[in-house]
Design a protein around this ligand. Structure first.
Ligand code: MG
Length: 299
C-alpha cells in the first residue's frame, strides 16, 4: 500500500509539488504519481515507498507555511465513522459564552471556557461553575443562540459527504443538547450527545447540569460505541475537535484531526487543519470535489 502526501491551500501556491518532492527526497522517497482533488486548492502525491509519516508531514509544514499537509496511508483511507466536537469545531465560537452574553456575564464565563479548553483546569468543575452563572436565564435564550449559530466553513460538506459514503456521523459536545439537536439537523449528523441543562417550573435555568456530564471520557466512549455498532475498528474512524477535552477521542481514532486547535490537542495527532476549512478532512481522505456533497453551500 503506497503512502500519499496531501496538500491543501486557500489557494495552493504554484510549485508546491517541487517543494514536496525536495522534502520527501530528503527521506529517500520520490513522487511516482499525482492527482488533483480540487483545482487550485487540493492535490495529492503518491510516493514510491513508506517513510516516517509524522516526520515528513512536520518537515513539509515547515517548508510550506499556510498549507495544510497530511501524509496518509492508502489503507482505511475513507473512514466509516465520524465523531465530531461542536463548539469551535463544527460551529464558530463557544455557545456557553454566547448564553452568558445574554446575562452580561460573557467575560467571566469565556475566561473559564478558554482555560478549560486549554486543559488548564478540570472540565467538569469548570462546566459546573459556568452553568451556575447561567442560573435565572430564560431557557428560550438557548434556542435563540442555537438558531443564530455561525457554522464553520465546510462543516455540512464534511458531514453530508461522509454520510453519503456510508459513514456513521455523531456530534458529541460538552455543550448543551438544545443546541446540538439543532446542529445535528442542520449539518446532517445521525445522532448527537451533549449535556442537559435543568429548567425550573418558571422556564428558567436552575444553574445545574444533569449528571454525569459529557466530558472527554464520554467522547472517547462514544467513539468506541459507535465504532463497535458500525462493526469497524478505531483505525477506520475519524474524530475531530479543537480542545483539550477532545484529546482522548482524537488520539484514539485512526484519523484524529486537530481543527484550529489548542496546543495540547495539536501535539496529540499528526493530522491538523490550521489554515483551510473542514473540507480539508475530505481531501485528506482522498475525496475529490465531484464527490463532495453541498460544496456550494456555506455549510
Ligand atoms: Mg470545541
Amino acid at each position: 500500500m503506497p503512502q500519499l502526501v496531501v496538500m491543501v491551500g486557500a489557494p495552493l501556491p504554484g510549485g508546491v509539488e517541487d517543494v514536496a518532492a525536495t522534502v520527501v527526497g530528503a527521506y529517500g522517497l520520490s513522487p511516482v504519481d499525482g492527482r488533483v482533488l480540487s483545482p487550485d486548492r487540493a492535490m495529492e502525491i503518491t510516493l514510491d515507498g513508506i517513510g516516517d509519516a509524522a516526520a515528513i508531514a512536520e518537515t513539509l509544514r515547515e517548508a510550506l507555511p499556510e498549507i495544510d499537509v497530511a501524509v496518509m496511508d492508502e489503507a482505511n483511507r475513507r473512514r466509516r465513522v465520524l465523531i465530531a466536537d461542536m463548539d469551535a469545531t463544527m460551529v464558530v465560537g463557544e455557545t456557553i459564552d454566547e448564553l452568558a452574553a445574554a446575562l452580561g456575564k460573557e467575560a467571566q464565563v469565556s475566561a473559564i471556557t478558554e482555560r478549560a479548553m486549554r486543559g488548564e483546569i478540570d472540565f467538569e468543575a469548570a462546566l459546573d461553575e459556568r452553568v451556575a452563572m447561567l442560573a435565572g436565564l430564560d431557557a428560550s435564550a438557548i434556542d435563540r443562540v442555537a438558531e443564530g449559530l455561525t457554522y464553520s466553513a465546510g462543516a455540512g460538506a464534511l458531514v453530508r459527504t461522509m454520510a453519503a459514503h456510508g459513514a456513521r456521523c455523531v456530534l458529541v459536545s460538552g455543550g448543551f443538547d438544545r443546541v446540538t439537536g439543532v446542529v445535528r439537523e442542520a449539518l446532517g449528523f445521525h445522532a448527537d450527545r451533549a449535556n442537559h441543562l435543568e429548567v425550573g417550573s418558571d422556564g428558567r435555568l436552575t444553574g445545574r447540569a444533569r449528571k454525569p456530564v459529557v466530558d472527554s471520557a464520554t467522547k472517547l466512549a462514544m467513539l468506541r460505541e459507535t465504532a463497535m455498532a458500525a462493526g469497524v475498528t478505531l483505525a477506520e474512524c475519524m474524530a475531530i475537535g479543537d480542545g483539550a477535552n477532545d484529546l482522548p477521542m482524537v488520539a484514539a481514532a485512526g484519523f484524529g484531526v486537530a481543527y484550529r486547535a489548542k496546543p495540547t490537542l495539536r501535539e496529540a495527532t499528526p493530522y491538523r487543519i490550521d489554515h483551510t476549512d473542514l473540507r480539508t478532512a475530505l481531501y485528506f481522505q482522498g475525496y475529490e470535489d465531484e464527490e463532495i456533497v453541498a460544496l456550494a453551500s456555506q455549510r
